[in-house]
Design a protein around this ligand. Structure first.
Ligand SMILES: [Zn+2]
Length: 204
């Protein structure tokens, strides 16, 4: 009947839409469209998606060293002996690691913070993988730490905080050049710009 508050979507479908709506970047509208697409293409989309999600759930873990997501711990980057283990690139999220790896121009190690400092949201150093970073630098053979955080307010305040904390740790601390767009997330920057910012990095 028109005029009632019930939308007549079955509870199973509504549940799926509600869950997908919570994914960052998808709202209820996109979630509804995605669900319809999946159901229209059961064999080519829905069934393989179920399998892929189950595999990701069962097999992907967080690397205990760098915070990367992989099917092995340590991850493929940390356990690759041909990479430079003296240079450490500090990034906010795994998406940034993917951006650097896509560009193919960085052969060092990473450290994923898991976010950025934000006083308003109550995100403090202990909420991020900053204690692990300090421990890694104190115990490792790292010569240079590259702070590759976004040019957003949170990115800049995290960079300043880390530069201070790392000041007397006996490592060279650099940051990406200001070629990055202000407010830009690393993940959205094209490979060429990201590599130029990396090459033109300067000491903090
Ligand atoms: Zn790792």
């Amino acid at each position: 009947m028109f005029g009632t508050s019930r939308n007549n979507i079955s509870p199973q479908l509504q549940k799926l839409i509600d869950i997908l709506s919570k994914v960052q970047g998808l709202g209820p509208k996109s979630a509804r469209r995605a669900v319809l697409q999946l159901l229209k293409k059961r064999d080519v989309l829905l069934a393989p998606l179920i399998d892929a999600m189950q595999a990701a759930h069962d097999e992907v873990c967080t690397c205990g060293i760098c915070g990367n997501l992989d099917t092995s711990d340590p991850c493929a980057v940390c356990s690759n002996e041909t990479r430079d283990h003296n240079v450490l690139c500090v990034i906010a999220d795994v998406a940034d690691l993917w951006a650097f790896e896509r560009s193919g121009g960085f052969r060092g190690q990473y450290h994923v913070l898991g976010g950025l400092l934000n006083a308003l949201d109550g995100i403090s150093p202990s909420d991020l993988r900053i204690p692990q970073l300090i421990e890694r630098i104190e115990n490792g053979k790292i010569n240079e730490v590259i702070l590759a955080l976004s040019a957003t307010i949170d990115g800049q305040s995290t960079t300043h905080y880390l530069a201070e904390v790392l000041e007397n740790k006996g490592v060279k601390v650099t940051r990406l050049s200001h070629g990055l767009p202000i407010g830009g997330e690393l993940d959205h920057i094209d490979d060429g710009t990201l590599m130029a910012a990396l090459k033109a990095r300067r000491e903090v």
